[in-house]
Design a protein around this ligand. Structure first.
Ligand code: SF4
Length: 206
């Protein structure tokens, strides 16, 4: 039974809360891990879940690690973590109690997914809010991220980022350098206008 709720890569702990996502990104790592008979999964972990974990199950999985020797818990797995926002909040509070910093990698569509504004609560639970900007216009974003919210997804994400910044959140947009210099500069402009930081990641060929 696949229940990799917590995993470790390069000395960091990650929480895998769900396989649901409002996007179907063309570049998603899940696209390369569709054969569940293969043993490798992602970095040796099988992140496809047979069921979504409760907060208690994630905390139990966390406690299998010596938490004192880690600095950070990242909410990032085979899905958009905010689908499980209540669980995320509880696990993040536990992580803080154990002295861990918390970070999330999100597509920024939580408010549309959940039908309510959770930005203020997210800022209390999470120390670094990483939002995958990916692209610089609604059309370009839609072409590669293929959100259930269609071309509105881009503005939904930007609005969410603004709300997080307004609540004092440490928001970091990310793009991959393959979008080109011109669009990286546009992304920088978007980040500046929102009050967020921008992280430009290097394209990694599989
Ligand atoms: S937002 Fe993340 S999990 Fe969802 S499809 Fe895109 S890359 Fe995959």
């Amino acid at each position: 039974m696949a229940k990799q709720y917590v995993y470790e890569i390069d000395g960091k702990l990650y929480a895998n809360l769900t396989n649901r996502c409002s996007n179907a990104c063309t570049f998603c790592v899940r696209n390369y891990d569709t054969d569940r008979r293969k043993p490798h999964g992602y970095e040796g972990y099988d992140l496809w879940l047979d069921k979504e974990p409760s907060a208690e199950e994630v905390i139990d999985a966390l406690n299998k690690y010596d938490l004192a020797s880690y600095k950070e818990l990242v909410f990032c797995g085979y899905g958009e973590p905010t689908y499980r926002f209540d669980v995320l909040e509880e696990v993040a509070a536990y992580a803080h109690k154990k002295g861990l910093r918390t970070r999330i990698n999100t597509n920024g569509q939580a408010n549309a997914i959940l039908g309510k504004d959770i930005s203020e609560r997210l800022c209390k639970a999470i120390d670094v809010i990483g939002i995958s900007l990916n692209e610089v216009t609604p059309e370009k974003y839609d072409a590669i991220c293929r959100s259930v919210f269609g071309k509105k997804a881009f503005d939904i994400m930007i609005e969410f980022a603004k709300l997080c910044v307004s609540h004092g959140g440490n928001v970091v947009f990310s793009v991959v350098d393959c979008i080109g210099k011109e669009d990286i500069e546009k992304a920088r402009g978007i980040a500046d206008s929102v009050g967020a930081k921008l992280r430009v990641r290097e394209m990694i060929d599989e």
